[in-house]
Design a protein around this ligand. Structure first.
Ligand code: C2E
Ligand code: MG
Ligand code: MG
Ligand code: MG
Length: 290
């Protein structure tokens, strides 16, 4: 395998995409053990509205392998999906996120959390009921949980997926359509999915300020989503200019390094407390000298 360094200087593990290399099998065993040992963590990334109000947090899974360093989620989620470990990983993520939501609520921090679920999960029999049971067990109201899905849920058995999603929204869980604009985007999908939020994929947002076609795609997506009554979140906002363009286009909320990268739970608590009173500010107003 190759190792490279990420932004924080932590070694990042990258393997080839083929499915049954000894490397992949090794990682699968390690992941299974890491879940049992509760060594897989969740970080939380805020979604903020243009008035600075915190709309929610997205839970993003983090795994630091003892020898290989941090393994990117895209990498080990693919392994979990192709091996049957995915339901276990999702249960782990849901339980960890819901326990955290309950802890925040007990401290007076009422913030909804979004959990990413894979198409595999949506096709697991009994998924909606198992989510409802977990909410009850953690004493968290369904309105405090959002599930981020992608259009891939409709590829396999669209009717079964639609039934599961209807079950989830019936319990009061909110659904968000992630990575919109990549792959299989179609109006039919949008109509079939009971989502209340749509997230525009980072690949369109990144070049919004410099590429007229990407700007047009974002504008059309906003029009379409708003005409269907959906809230729109832009992913991967890294600079002021992109933030301003999105605000002027009427986007509802943003997520990205401009606001905050995903943070460990304790840092998130501090972040929430610091912003609780006044909301996130792009350029905190300097205090007048006394
Ligand atoms: P996603 O759900 O679309 O998450 C957004 C990804 O963009 C995250 O990468 C996040 O750290 C990154 N990101 C956020 N802001 C910025 C920014 O301003 N610039 C750039 N360049 N990147 C930004 P991450 O954490 O590596 O996750 C990658 C993907 O892995 C996620 O994409 C999601 O599909 C999947 N994933 C993460 N956690 C889970 C999980 O618990 N369960 C499942 N099923 N999938 C997960
Ligand atoms: Mg997501
Ligand atoms: Mg996304
Ligand atoms: Mg994305």
């Amino acid at each position: 395998y190759q190792a490279k360094r990420d932004r924080t200087g932590v070694e990042v593990y990258e393997s080839k995409r083929d499915s049954n290399t000894p490397d992949r099998l090794g990682l699968l065993g390690d992941l299974r053990r890491a879940l049992d040992a509760r060594e897989v963590a969740l970080h939380y990334q805020p979604k903020v509205r243009f008035d600075g109000q915190v709309a929610g947090l997205e839970a993003l899974v983090r795994w630091v392998h003892p020898e290989r360093g941090s393994v990117p989620p895209d990498e080990f989620i693919a392994i979990a999906e192709s091996s049957g470990l995915m339901p276990h990983l999702t249960e782990y993520v849901l339980d960890t996120a819901l326990a955290q939501v309950a802890a925040w609520r007990a401290q007076g921090l009422f913030v909804p959390v979004a959990v990413n679920v894979s198409p595999r999960d949506v096709h697991t029999p009994g998924f909606a009921g198992s989510v409802a049971a977990r909410l009850a067990r953690h004493g968290v109201p369904a309105g405090s949980l959002q599930l981020e899905i992608t259009e891939h849920v409709l590829l396999e058995d669209p009717q079964r997926a639609a039934d599961t999603l209807a079950g989830l929204t019936g319990h009061g869980v909110k659904m968000s359509l992630d990575d919109f604009g990549t792959g299989y985007s179609s109006l039919v999908h949008l109509r079939r999915l009971p989502v209340s939020e749509l997230k525009i994929d980072r690949s369109f947002v990144a070049r919004l300020a410099i590429d007229a076609e990407d700007a047009e795609i974002v504008r059309c997506t906003l029009d379409l989503a708003h005409s269907l009554g959906l809230l729109v979140v832009a992913e991967g906002v890294e600079d002021d200019e992109t933030w301003e363009r999105l605000r002027d286009l009427g986007c509802d909320a943003v997520q990205g390094w401009l606001v905050a990268a995903a943070m460990p739970a304790d840092e998130t608590t501090d972040w929430l407390r610091a912003r609780g009173a006044h909301g996130w500010q792009r350029h905190p107003v300097a205090r007048e000298p006394e």
